[in-house]
Each structure stands twice: as structure tokens, then as C-alpha cells.
Design a protein around this ligand. Structure first.
Ligand SMILES: CC(C)(COP(=O)(O)OP(=O)(O)OC[C@H]1O[C@@H](n2cnc3c(N)ncnc32)[C@H](O)[C@@H]1OP(=O)(O)O)[C@@H](O)C(=O)NCCC(=O)NCCS
Length: 188
């Protein structure tokens, strides 16, 4: 999945693509996380551990080995710079369910980049995984992510109360989904 670059139409100048990233990209991955750490860590747990090349290699390696339902990570490149990504994880092939996630560095935010990358991964989830349900999990504090999911057409199903801990705080998670034929428009 995503072995060759897919060009994204965005508001950023120049060529923006999404392509599978692996442990071979660990240095670039750690650099883009470290360069925007406080912002990326606000709602996500993994930037703290992927800010170093070793940590990034370990995290990317789990996707490369498809451990525990991890499918793939697509890195978003603006020219030669890694500026974010989108991923599919928690894949349950028996029930054809998978979860999508995404992030951008501050410089790439606000240009439709995350939306474009997510549309590509949603199409792949439907076409290559035959997904019948794609979930979007987002902290109730993460307004921008919730807005993106709703712009993509996700329906809010409910809120898991106090289901995870970030830096010592117990937080709530909104669960949104696209199901069945709602995924078809994303297939290229
Ligand atoms: C969540 C996150 C990925 C959303 O990024 P985003 O840039 O807001 O999302 P989009 O790619 O949909 O871009 C939307 C913006 O681009 C604009 N836009 C959309 N398409 C565009 C285009 N083709 N040209 C120009 N602008 C465009 C939209 O009008 C919108 O503008 P606004 O921010 O003024 O409302 C980003 O905030 C982020 O990385 N946050 C930190 C990590 C995180 O929380 N990840 C999610 C975990 S659940």
C-alpha cells in the first residue's frame, strides 16, 4: 500500500505527496517531530517517543511488521521535507474495521493537506482492505481534528468517557465513523 507517491492537491506551494514510510525514514521522521514537539504532543502520545531516530525506527518498525493491526504509515512530503502523515491501524480483517489517524507540522496546517492525505488512505482502506467501517478517534479537546473528520463526512457516534491518560490527565475520546458505501467516493 502506498509504495509509490500519490500527488495531493493542496493549498501548499510545490509538489505535495503521500507515500509509505518505513524505518529507513526514521531520521527524517524524528526531525519533523522534534521540530514541532510541543504542538504535536498536545493531543498525541507517540511524538514523545518518536522524537529521536531510535524511537522513530521502533515506532515505524511496528507498522512495517504490521504488528497488532497496524497497516501502514503514509508520510506527507512537501518537496523533500516530511511535514506530516496519515496512517491506518487497529485493523480487524474479520470485521473489516480499521482506524485512521493523521498529523501535520504547523507549517503545513491550514492548506487542506491532512484532508487530501486522509482521502487517499480512506480510498485504500476501502479498495485494498475492503473496509466496511473506518473509525476516527479524537480527544474531545482536539477541535481541529474533529472538524477535519466531519469535513470528510464522518458521523459522530458517541464519546468514550475517561478512556485514556495523557501526561497524567484522564481524557475523553470522541468516536466517529464512515461505514459501507460512505467510503466509496474515496476510491480512486
Ligand atoms: C488535525 C490536523 C491534522 C488538522 O489539520 P488541518 O490543516 O486543519 O486540516 P486540513 O488539511 O483539512 O486543512 C483544513 C484547512 O485548510 C483549508 N483548505 C482545505 N483545502 C484547501 C486547499 N485546497 N487550498 C487551501 N486551503 C485549503 C480549509 O479551509 C481549512 O482552513 P481553516 O484551517 O482555516 O479552517 C492538524 O491540526 C494537526 O496535525 N494537529 C496535531 C496532531 C493531531 O491532533 N492529529 C489528529 C489526532 S486525532
Amino acid at each position: 500500500m502506498l509504495e509509490t507517491p500519490v500527488i495531493l492537491e493542496t493549498g501548499l506551494p510545490g509538489r505535495v505527496t503521500v507515500q509509505r514510510i518505513t524505518t529507513a525514514d526514521a531520521v527524517a521522521f524524528a526531525d519533523h517531530v522534534e521540530g514541532d514537539l510541543p504542538r504535536l504532543s498536545e493531543h498525541l502520545p507517540w511524538p514523545e517517543v518518536t522524537r529521536t531516530p531510535d524511537g522513530a525506527a521502533e515506532w515505524l518498525g511496528r507498522y512495517e511488521r504490521h504488528e497488532d493491526g497496524r497497516v501502514d504509515v503514509g508520510g506527507v512530503w512537501s518537496g523533500a521535507a516530511l511535514v506530516g502523515g496519515a496512517l491506518l491501524h487497529h485493523h480487524d480483517p474479520d470485521y473489516a474495521v480499521v482506524e485512521i489517524g493523521c498529523w501535520l507540522t504547523a507549517a503545513a496546517e491550514g492548506g487542506g493537506v491532512a484532508s487530501a492525505a486522509c482521502r487517499v488512505l480512506l480510498g485504500l482502506a476501502r479498495r485494498e482492505l475492503a473496509a466496511e467501517r473506518v473509525e476516527w478517534h479524537v480527544s474531545t479537546l482536539n477541535v481541529r481534528s474533529r472538524r477535519l473528520a466531519e469535513r470528510l463526512g464522518f458521523t459522530h457516534e458517541g464519546t468514550m468517557r475517561s478512556n485514556y491518560v495523557l501526561r497524567g490527565d484522564r481524557l475523553d475520546t470522541d468516536v466517529l465513523s464512515l461505514v459501507g458505501a460512505e467510503l466509496d467516493p474515496f476510491v480512486q
